[in-house]
Design a protein around this ligand. Sequence first.
Ligand code: SF4
Ligand code: SF4
Length: 441
Amino acid sequence: MKKRFTFRGGIHPPHFKEATENVAVERAKEPQIVTIPLHQHIGASCEPLVKVGDKVKIGQKIGGAQAFVSAPVHSSIAGTVKKIVSLPSSTGSNTMSIVIESDGSNEIHEDVKPKGKLHSLSKEKILEIIKEAGITGMGGAGFPTFVKLSPPPEKTIDTIILNGAECEPYLTADHRLMLESPKKIVLGLKAIMKAVGVRKGYIGIEDNKPDAIEIMEKAAINDPHIEVVVLKTKYPQGDEKRLINAATGRIVPSGGLPMDVGVIVNNVGTAFAVADAIETGMPLVERVVTVTGSAVKEPKNLIVKVGTSFKEIIEQCGGYKQKPGKIISGGPMMGIAQYTDEVPVIKGTSGILVLNEKEAHIPNPQACIRCGKCVDICPVNLQPLFISQFSMKRMYDEAEGYQALACIECGSCSYICPSKRPLLHSIRMAKREIISKRKKS
Ligand code: SF4
Ligand code: SF4
């Protein structure tokens, strides 16, 4: 049996992936209207490059990046710009957005052209393609990929890891992508390796996806520099630092970045987008989204145009089966709860999860019984109970002393706590206060 790698701590929540793991990806219907936020990534917002009344085509750049840490946005449909206004986004806040109405032509912008074979592209050219295609991390965090692949000269990178763990319950978008487009993911990995100048690439996949492990191994069989790493199924195995530790044995120091240990991690969806930008020239204007949960009639994996509303996508899955109790962008552990279904799919939307009212009910917290479970499972070796208690008493300096900022917000402590203490929520609050105090001083 192949060796399986993992990390210390973590939890084993039910997978809830049965509804969509064997459902092939299909293309969602063309949206009539899209709402494309100018801020879909970590970093600065884009500035609009179009005005109301302008005609746009698929793949046309409509928002320009004005800062190094940013990524342009492109139109996902052909049509007319109707509005440029601030609207709710699935990131949880209101964002300036470009609303486009389709003209039904599906005309592709003339800049969208194949960029050539990988062997003919220089490192600089690959980076430029990734930058211009507006590719951002597709696992949820949304860091601009071009920036991630441009480490400062003093950092030596020798390894790229593709994250195919997909450890969040319910989500199967990455799993299906690996099953249905393995060669394209490997091409994307090779392009990323060439762009950064490294020779070693890993693809990390949890052992609850044996079919994906087999198919990715086959896809990479002719490249001795690429290896599939089988990971034990455990949450949060897909966290960058846990993944690096499991795949390479290296430990990213607290407060440090993967580049500090010579590694860059990208999602398998990001690698797919890189390959697509090279092969077809199409920027990141659509992605695979898992639409699932007990309140959705027909759960599916859909290729969705960026800017399509959650409401429209849920309707294409048969609509609501029962009254929704909670709509989440992403998975149940790290996803963002939405107060409306009239928010758009963005580049980082890996899933739309709709729970029923019973599942969404949050029980009243009870007193801490000092069972120590939250300490046992914290993958970062924190003491969540103390950080939380300090946070609730607004003793943020003490919370900082207990390394609150090292929390990766995986939510494992809240999940495991028998007293249902709001651990993650209070730790997040402490982090926000500590960061805000640091900025002020
Ligand atoms: S303290 Fe943070 S890192 Fe540790 S289990 Fe809780 S949420 Fe995860
Ligand atoms: S898991 Fe909950 S009850 Fe147990 S020590 Fe942590 S906060 Fe207290």
